[in-house]
Write a protein that binds this ligand. Sequence first.
Ligand code: MLT
Length: 396
Amino acid sequence: MITPNTNYNNLKDSYLFYNIAQKTKAYLENNPDKKLLRLGIGDVSLPLCDEVIKALHTAVDDQAVKESFHGYMPECGAPFLRQTIADYYKKRGVALSPDEVFVSSGASDELGDILDLFDRSSSCLVIEPAYPAYVDANVMAGRKIVHLSSNKENGFLPVPDDNIKADILYICSPNNPTGAVFSRDQLQAWVDFANENGSVILFDAAYEAFIEDETLPHSIFELDNAQTCAIEICSLSKTAGFTGTRLGYTVISKSLVRNGMNLNDMWVRNRTTKTNGVSYIIQKGGAAVFTDEGQRQIHDNIKIYKNNAKILMEALDEVGIWYTGGKNAPYIWLKCPNNMGSWELFDFLLNKAQIVGTPGEGFGSCGEGYFRFSTFGSVEDTALAAERLIQLFGKE
Ligand code: MLT
């Protein structure tokens, strides 16, 4: 009889966001008259911007006409979109050739798929608290995981040291869930470490568009020698509201070589085997994000989410709850008040205020005692949540 992948026995029973969705569903079944204020999973609430919608409509019409119809798309991405993304990097001083850009169906899909490039005996370092899919995807593959805790004292931005031994290094900056962003010097230290040790950094840049402080790097390729040690995985989900539309991109330099194997060539081989590319329509919509007008419109939406962050941060200030993030990232990471555990606070907020957040413990054991609010909810829900937080935790 076939043996299924027994590594699945080493996973937690269910994935963090699935678990939360089940809990909130059960709450609504028992309390059908209540409306939830959703500050949990980082799912956007604003619609796609006009520039994208126009491009999507045009692309749909293209598909209705023989001369402009597209069948299979190139597996690694449409040349027009690969070029557009390379031009976007150029504005930040990063020179890429379009064939170093791979169009994907989103960062979460890609973060799992990219592991095909590495031997299963390779180990991976996860800086925690961390997006839980990093750990789960590697548990499924049976890899050894090295957990590196970050904390309030180091600003949730640990630096490498010689005791760390790992082949794959996950770095997410701006960070999910803490909102911390590595400075150039801090990130350079990781790049140097990876080059010295022959490791590869998987740099999750899904939240780069939220950076306000322009001294901070948006891309790891802004750092010296990153092209010889890093893969950058990015997404239009949070940047441009594509959580349901699905589109992302991955950058692998042609100079990324390990043990004589070129990882860009390997990824071409992988994609041409395992995908038939992202649909023409969606890639056209994605290209519209990078026009001047598209950039203006998506940043208008990002401003709305940033205002949500401000509303929540003001409420937390008022009730004296410690937090970080919210400025260069769409997440606020707070200390659970009254020494509550993170799931305890989850249940408390759900039952007393109908607020759904994410327990810190879901991002790794060092997240216990912390909690995450997403700022992607509607303005109305966020304002109401802020009011309820003040009622719950405000001093008499
Ligand atoms: C999150 O809430 O951490 C993210 O939205 C989840 C995701 O991007 O899959």
